[in-house]
Design a protein around this ligand. Structure first.
Ligand code: GLU
Length: 460
């Protein structure tokens, strides 16, 4: 969801990685890190919670020497945004180094299996399973083959960059539903999650497609499928300037994020459906049987998501539900007790009036569920349950993909409430789940009609 850079060549890697990460800062992130392979084949990892500036302060001008490295800015989805969970991550030996964007849906079962086979985990991230899976495969086969073998077990979405000192001239990247590009230089090559990261270095690029692995060396680049079949791909020339590249060619972020909605919807559902059923372990600790009334509290666009949530809960769960604007809640004298469920919806998780409502609800003993996009934000701390939007950072001030993400989560939540309270049987749940699965494709088809929509908007 956030940023990756990688470099191999004849120059020191660290300044190039830091420049690339700086160029990705506009996307928003919660922590950052780099790993550099030194000429003595040692691995130097430096990572910090917070902004790049803190990483630079931690480095204090002592950027590690080395000609190969990877860097990452994180938008946490699994595990709090702290130093331990910041990327890069390593295997048990500390020799396989990985950064990752995206979500590994089956990480919980992979992690449990790896632990029974003796692996030791140091972070709470979904990402770390990749390093351990590569470690297992790398005992018997070369590094790039080990990455391909490991990824056969991984479900979800990823852009990955990895290296291992055994092959000091090799960076391996891989992609499934998260962007990854290769930058081409003379005697040096790059990896990046997005084109802006490359613009300080090169304008010749190669796209990596879903299901492909790329081996990046000083001397050249090889793209293969997960099964190791070589794929031929022509490079292209990037003629966007930095500003246009940040917006993927769209005139502004709002438009870019409108067009990102199909993939945002897919990400919001990621890991939450299991066939025709719901999978929401986040809600397991709640006592939903005792709930007698529901408030949905939010501000601005999120309040409008709340209005739809209210309608869904009343229709499917047959519980009285009310959507209230955050700034009104305190003064409306709401009925709050341990039989009240308060759902707080905020993209940032920091909306002041929603936060004040949250504190009020908690103090009165109500159960609270936060629906937020930013992991570790104030509303998510102390809520009885949190549902993260998983739609990645939103830069446009007007909400777009965060709104459709909130709606998706409210559908899942209302459905879950209906199911646990015996209001909807398997058949009904399956029908809605099938509808939700079809949504990203339908959103794509709506967006394809943008010409007609524009003409209609002008006419009226
Ligand atoms: N899911 C990973 C994590 O939480 C990667 C997040 C990202 O894409 O930045 O660490």
């Amino acid at each position: 969801m956030c940023g990756i850079v990688g470099y191999v060549g004849g120059r020191f890697a660290a300044p190039i990685l830091l420049d690339g990460l700086k160029r990705l800062e506009y996307r928003g992130y919660d922590s950052a890190g780099i790993a550099v392979l030194t000429p003595e084949q040692a691995i130097h990892i430096e990572k910090t919670e917070g902004k790049l500036k803190r990483l630079l302060d931690a480095l204090d001008g002592r950027t590690p020497a080395g000609f190969l490295g990877i860097g990452h800015t994180r938008w946490a989805t699994h595990g709090a945004p702290n130093h331990t969970n910041a990327h890069p991550h390593t295997d048990c030996s500390g020799r396989i180094v990985v950064v990752h964007n995206g979500i590994i849906e089956n990480y919980a079962s992979l992690r449990a299996e790896l632990i029974t086979r003796g692996h030791r985990f140091t972070s709470e991230t979904d990402t770390e399973v990749v390093a351990h899976l590569i470690e297992e495969a790398n005992h018997t086969i070369p590094f790039a083959d080990a990455v391909r073998a490991a990824l056969h077990y991984v479900q979800g979405a990823y852009a990955i960059a990895a290296f291992c000192p055994d092959e000091p001239d090799l960076l391996v990247g891989a992609r499934l539903f998260s962007p990854l590009v290769v930058g081409l230089g003379e005697g040096e090559n790059y990896l990046a999650s997005d084109i802006p990261a490359l613009l300080g270095q090169t304008r010749r690029a190669l796209l990596v497609e879903d299901g492909e692995v790329v081996e990046v060396r000083r001397s050249g680049v090889t793209i293969t499928t997960l099964d190791g079949e070589v794929v031929r791909r022509e490079p292209f020339h990037v003629n966007w300037d930095a500003q246009a590249a940040e917006k993927s060619g769209y005139p502004h972020f709002f438009l870019k994020e409108i067009y990102e909605q199909p993939s945002a919807l897919t990400n919001a559902l990621r890991g939450r459906l299991d066939g025709d059923r719901l999978y929401l372990p986040e809600l397991a600790s709640l006592d939903l049987d005792r709930v007698e009334r529901v408030y949905l509290v939010a501000c601005g666009t999120a309040y409008h998501a709340g209005l739809i949530g209210k309608a869904l809960i009343e229709r499917w769960v047959r519980l009285p539900a009310e959507a209230v604007i955050g700034s009104e809640f305190r003064y409306a004298d709401p009925i709050l007790d341990d039989r009240t469920l308060v759902i707080l919806i905020s993209q940032s998780g920091e909306t002041a009036d929603t936060l004040a409502s949250f504190r009020l609800a908690k103090a009165a003993g109500a159960q609270t569920i936060a629906i937020a996009n930013v992991m570790g934000s104030s509303i998510t701390r102390g809520a009885d349950a949190v549902l993260y939007l998983q739609v990645g950072p939103e830069i446009g001030v007007a909400a777009s993909k965060s709104f459709t993400g909130q709606l998706t989560l409210l559908y899942l939540l209302a459905l879950y409430l209906a199911e646990t309270r015996g209001r909807m049987g398997d058949g009904g749940v399956a029908e809605v789940v099938r509808g939700l699965r079809a949504l990203p494709e339908q959103a794509t088809r709506v967006l394809e009609q943008d010409g007609a929509i524009e003409a209609t908007a002008k006419a009226y």
